[in-house]
Design a protein around this ligand. Structure first.
Ligand code: ATP
Length: 439
């Protein structure tokens, strides 16, 4: 017999990390003779919900007795942690596992923080993948999740307002269609909250060597991206396409010593959160792909955010490249009325706007710029404009010419059709980097 365990909402802005709790529980389960089946999972959920702490991540893993291929998934204080490729049909002590999970949550979750509402789920049967779909794309309600858990005969507990049960259950229900991996290292406890010692040069070398990794370093903005900014136990996390390359990548990083590491299978970098929509159907907190025509030229507001408006046959909506998207805004500023674009991004409620993650320019309009008034055929002098779109008249002989007989130049747009993305430093966990698009 095998059970899935899901955990969420254990950290706060002051510290903690649900992946760390997962790593602790997994290593203790293995010490007690249980096995992990497959890779542990780090599942990111709707990035637009207002009550997330940071990246809206939840953790899930499968426990039982393993057989088949042994898979290296981590290390704690020098001891390697393995999982198994398949499960054996034998009994496990659910009460023992439950007690361990509760003890760990109660001692490591930041339950004293008013926004931390931890939850865990233990279930033999996974909730349907549709729960994951709802939680990654929209909003789920605790009552509905509890009904699902009861119908599966799951064991669960929600602390305080119990909201963590939503993410915990959704993480268990994830069935990867696309997936990536992240290898995460954890600091010694005495180092928590202090500055991280991770050598930038080694991060750049690793980034240039291990091509299947992504979002390690932002070259334009000179930012190391593998280290978090919060006081959490993570030293660094490297994202990539496959575990073997991530082991090599981790070993290339020169840093302070760390207590251990673990590798997660994740939905990061998959665009799982995004859905193609007509503008009229867009609701706050969703993430969408919208195709339309630029209706209003971009303009910059206080704070450096750049806004344009796009319309399709149903309605129109504002799209914003926020200040943290840095040089991406220079691309957005070059868009003009009539350009056809596909905008990818999360929908904010107030102001109602799409927070742009990527943009595909499908068609650039040809913009003609007048450079010279027409010349009169009789008098060989420049003719005078009769006003906007009214044509031209010769001052001397009174001859008339139409508007399009002036001399025009096609404006150099400084932009090509194709995909553009925000820089890695502004990327959302779920957003698929262009590097992962197969051309
Ligand atoms: P973590 O702490 O796990 O790293 P985080 O800090 O960004 O992630 P949480 O503290 O987990 O965010 O807070 C998110 C809360 O929102 C959790 O209680 C989770 O169950 C809940 N939640 C996540 N996605 C949804 C959703 N789509 N609808 C409703 N509630 C959600």
């Amino acid at each position: 017999m095998c059970i899935w365990i899901g955990i969420d909402d254990t950290d706060s802005n002051k510290g903690g990390c649900t992946t760390y709790l997962g790593y602790r529980i997994i290593s203790q389960l293995i010490e007690r003779g249980y096995d992990i089946i497959g890779y542990p999972r780090l599942v990111r959920l709707n990035p637009n919900i207002p009550w997330k702490t940071r990246g809206n991540g939840a953790v899930a893993f499968r426990v039982g007795r393993g057989k088949g291929r042994k898979i290296l998934i981590g290390e704690i204080r020098g001891n390697k942690i393995f999982s198994y490729s398949s499960e054996e049909n034998s009994q496990i002590d659910i009460d023992d596992i439950k007690a361990l999970v509760e003890r760990e949550i109660e001692s490591f979750a930041f339950l004293s923080d008013e926004n931390t509402n931890s939850g865990y789920v233990m279930t033999k049967e996974k909730p349907d993948r549709s729960l994951y779909e709802t939680c990654v794309k929209g909003i789920a309600y605790l009552d509905d999740v509890i009904k699902i858990l009861d119908s599966l005969g799951a064991i669960y507990r929600g602390y305080k307002n119990g909201r963590g049960l939503i993410g915990a259950s959704a993480a268990v229900s994830w069935e990867p269609i696309d997936r990536t991996f992240e290898i995460i290292t954890y600091r010694y406890r005495e180092k928590w909250g202090t500055g991280r010692d991770v050598d930038k040069i080694s991060v750049i070398e690793m980034d240039k060597t291990i091509n299947s990794t992504f979002d390690n370093y932002d070259y334009d903005n000179d930012r190391v991206l593998i280290t978090p900014n919060s006081p959490c136990p993570i030293l660094f996390g490297i994202r990539g396409e496959n575990p073997d390359d991530l082991f090599k990548a981790k070993d290339m990083i020169r840093s302070e010593d760390y207590e251990g590491w673990i590798i997660f299978e994740t939905n990061q970098g998959t665009d799982d959160h995004i859905e193609r929509k007509k503008i009229i159907d867009i609701k706050p907190y969703e993430s969408v792909i919208v195709e339309g025509v630029i209706e209003k030229d971009p303009y910059t507001i206080k704070g450096g955010h750049v806004i344009f408006s796009v319309k399709d046959e149903t309605s129109s909506i504002d799209c914003t490249a926020y200040e943290p998207t840095k040089n991406f805004r220079d691309i957005v500023r070059k868009l003009r009325v009539g350009d056809v674009v596909e905008v990818y991004g999360g929908v904010r409620e107030e102001p109602f706007t799409i927070n742009i993650e990527k943009i595909r320019i499908k068609k650039l309009v040809r913009i003609k710029k007048k450079v010279e008034n027409p010349i009169c055929d009789n008098c060989r002098i420049h003719m005078k404009s009769l006003g906007r779109d009214k044509g031209y008249r010769c001052r001397r002989c009174g001859a008339i010419k139409s508007e399009d007989e002036a001399k025009f130049e096609i404006l150099e747009r400084g932009l090509r059709e194709g995909f553009y993305e925000v820089p890695p430093c502004a990327r959302r966990h779920l957003s698929k980097p262009l590097k992962r698009f197969v051309s």
